[in-house]
Design a protein around this ligand. Structure first.
Ligand code: UTP
Length: 291
């Protein structure tokens, strides 16, 4: 079995649901707790054994590149002032030379297109795909749970899935379920953003995947799908037809949709609540405004 060593982080979207915050700074740099969303995703990938980090970026996203680079001026000042803990925090964000690769997606043509931009860098190995605006709090990092499912079940496409309310299925890729064993659902097909009346289930894809490298043969850059974008989901059904399994992993943990203001706010509340230092201040503030 080939090891999952590489992860792709698509960060080239426009983040229109978060305007005006995302006019000049990337959505993926929004802070949850004490880290930007993209760093939460990178840490999660590292904890799953990922060694190579490919970022699909676009204009106006250089803050992401800078965040994972060294900042010599800042480091020198912290060193001179003996701020050792702060220095360690700054150095922790630095990826090693050659570990991080940045590719430009010139137009935001959709997730399928963003992944396709990395086609020359992925050889014949499975790879992880993490959408940083989906933040997942869990005991075992969600990507690690997917890697374990891949190692237990063999090659194919894997994605994190969760049950959603019937009225929300039209926001997600939804699985048509063939079978389920030990929290791993085998899908007959995948439907992008179905109507609630015709949806095959309420089992929805969230932003964590382990993908088979053959996916690049199936991302059709000529065919725009739902929302006038090149959909990644469109690649999955032809692969299932070629007996490349598609599995949904019912992950342990809580997912926050930080691409929306509500989800981002809730993620910050969850972080503060789980932090013994911040919890008293959070509860005090809520009481103040809610009394
Ligand atoms: P979203 O569907 O949340 O789109 O992308 P968006 O453009 O970021 O946000 P809205 O809908 O306008 O508010 C999910 C992830 O895929 C990336 C985004 O950066 C985000 O991390 N993405 C999306 C790309 O890299 N390229 C694209 O063309 C579209």
């Amino acid at each position: 079995m080939k090891k999952v060593r590489t992860a792709i982080f698509p960060v080239a979207g426009l983040g229109t649901r978060f305007l005006p915050a995302t006019k000049a700074s990337p959505k993926e740099m929004l802070i949850v707790g004490d880290m930007p969303l993209i760093q939460h995703a990178v840490v999660e990938a590292m904890e799953a054994g990922i060694e190579r980090f490919i970022f699909i970026t676009s204009q106006g996203k250089t803050a992401i590149e800078d965040h994972f680079d060294s900042n010599q001026l800042l480091e020198n000042v912290l060193q001179e002032r003996s701020k050792i803990e702060d220095l360690a925090k700054v150095r922790q964000t630095q990826l090693e030379p050659g570990q991080a690769i940045f590719i430009r997606q010139q137009h935001p043509l959709g997730l399928g297109h963003a992944v396709w931009c990395a086609r020359h860098l992925i050889q014949d190995e499975p790879f992880a795909l993490l959408l940083a605006d989906d933040l997942i709090l869990s005991q075992t990092p969600c990507t690690k749970q997917l890697v374990q499912a891949y190692e237990n079940n063999g090659p194919g496409n894997y994605t994190a899935v969760m049950e959603v309310a019937a009225e929300k299925v039209s926001r997600y890729g939804i699985l048509d379920i063939a079978d389920q064993k030990n929290g791993v659902i085998s899908a007959r097909s995948v439907v992008e953003k179905p109507d609630p009346e015709t949806s095959p289930s309420r089992t929805a894809i969230v932003g964590r995947y382990i993908l088979d490298p053959r996916v690049f043969n199936h991302i059709n850059t000529q065919k725009v799908g739902i929302g006038q974008e090149i959909q990644l989901t469109d690649a999955f059904n032809p692969m299932i037809a070629q007996n490349i399994p598609f599995s949904g992993v019912l992950f342990e943990g809580e997912r926050f949709d930080c691409g929306t203001k509500e989800g981002w706010l809730e993620a910050n509340i969850a972080y503060a609540y789980n932090d013994p230092e911040l919890q008293p201040s959070l509860l005090k503030a809520i009481t103040k405004y809610h009394s």
